[in-house]
Design a protein around this ligand. Structure first.
Ligand code: MEV
Length: 392
């Protein structure tokens, strides 16, 4: 995106915080190259018409509003992103922007996402010969993939399709097993696609394994659709070595204690969810996946960690993230379309990396406040700064 003066693209927009709301929209147009339709939508106050809402959900009586803001200063894999964020909690947007500015000073966020491979589950109970069933499924992989692919022709046209399959024996004595079918869903979130594959393969799988057919549904623990992000931040940017030490100790606390990890992860998801809501993503699915991942293995763990480096901190997060740039409300909700016009991500994998970066920024901001002045003082200071019109 251009700043309108031919200088380098940026998500650093001077004076944004203190500008009146209408001027902020104009700044997005001028500095962040947000198009006229999106700016007109924002300038009109945003929202959703009751007519569209009535098509999206049931028993609709009105629409429900949230503040929509933008996270600034995000440099991710060398590119600037202005991040739309819809959230009711004060300070989430400012804190994430503030932390993104600190990380920016050390080169920004760096991350990658795997291919968008979703997991379909088909459950069987009372399978008479578990080992025979496992062997039969393995012997018919190609046939099963062909049937699965045939059920999702439009996804195949877009380059997606069945990629892998495995069988997990959950209770050998009772003959309980689940077949996982891994489906590349491209730039979609993909729930409908994998549910279709699960239902299409249920009958053929049942013929192979016998027993009683159970559920046919996606797993929200999308362990083959992962995102990893790293960030560095200097002690100087944080406000000193004592704060860097304090953040590293806070991170270790979350690694050692699930009670703390829950709150640590809530702070991480604060920013990620806010961006996900603005961008029309299934944030319940993201929450389910993130916390299930945090709980895999021995005990509930933090989604992100911060460790001391020679000159500051190194942060890292890893989590499953099923987000899409096509389908769902990305088509029908004008606000979601406008939010994508602001963010300007080209594909679902980039979207995952940006959202995880926002999570890491939120987490860093929370730990910095907690390791320093405390969260209540931090909030108060922010409100004070706001009334003074200081850009965070
Ligand atoms: C509040 O929304 C989030 C925090 O509790 C997160 C944390 O404790 O790390 C501040």
């Amino acid at each position: 995106m251009s700043d309108g003066n031919g200088t380098a693209p940026t998500s650093r927009i001077a004076g944004f915080y203190k500008a009146p709301v209408r001027e902020r929209v104009a700044l997005l147009g001028r500095v962040a190259a947000v198009d006229g339709a999106a700016c007109a939508y924002f300038a009109g106050g945003g929202g959703l018409s009751v007519e569209v809402a009535d098509k999206m959900s049931e028993n609709v009586i009105a629409t429900h509003g949230l503040p929509l803001g933008v996270g600034l200063n995000f440099l991710v894999n060398g590119r600037d992103y202005v991040v739309p964020m819809a959230v009711e909690e004060p300070s989430v947007v400012a804190a994430a922007s503030n932390a993104a500015k600190m990380v920016r000073g050390a080169g920004g966020f760096e991350g990658e996402a795997t291919a968008a491979v979703m997991t379909a589950q088909v459950q069987f109970d009372a399978v008479p010969d578990v080992d025979g069933a496992v062997a039969a499924i393995a012997a018919h992989r190609a046939m099963l993939f062909a049937l699965g692919d045939a059920s999702i022709p439009r996804m195949i046209e877009r380059g997606g399709g069945c990629r892998d399959l495995d069988v997990r024996v959950l209770d050998r004595d009772e003959g309980v097993l689940v077949v996982h079918v891994y489906v590349d869903v491209g730039d979609a979130m993909g729930a409908n696609t994998v549910d279709t594959v699960a239902e299409a393969l249920a009958g053929p799988l049942h013929e192979l394994v016998g027993g009683t057919l159970g559920l046919r549904i996606l797993s929200n623990l999308t362990a083959r659709r992962m995102v990893t992000v790293h960030a560095r931040v200097s002690a100087e940017a944080l406000g000193g070595a004592a704060l860097a030490d304090g953040i590293a100790r806070a991170s270790r606390f979350a690694e050692l204690d699930p009670y703390r990890a829950a709150t640590h992860n809530k702070g991480f998801m604060n920013g990620l969810d806010a961006a996900a809501v603005a961008l029309g993503q299934d944030w319940r699915g993201l929450e389910a996946g993130a916390h299930a991942w945090a709980g895999l293995g021995q005990g509930y763990k933090p989604l992100s960690t911060w460790k001391r480096s020679a000159d500051g901190l190194v942060g890292r997060c890893e989590l499953p993230l099923a987000v899409g740039t096509v389908g769902g409300s990305t088509q029908c909700h004008a606000g979601v379309r406008a939010a994508f016009e602001v963010l300007k991500v080209a594909d679902a994998r980039t979207l995952a990396v940006v959202l995880a970066s926002v999570g890491l920024a939120s987490n860093l901001a929370a730990l910095r406040a907690l390791a320093g002045e405390g969260i209540q003082q931090g909030h108060m200071k922010l409100h004070h700064r706001k009334s003074e019109g200081v850009t965070p």
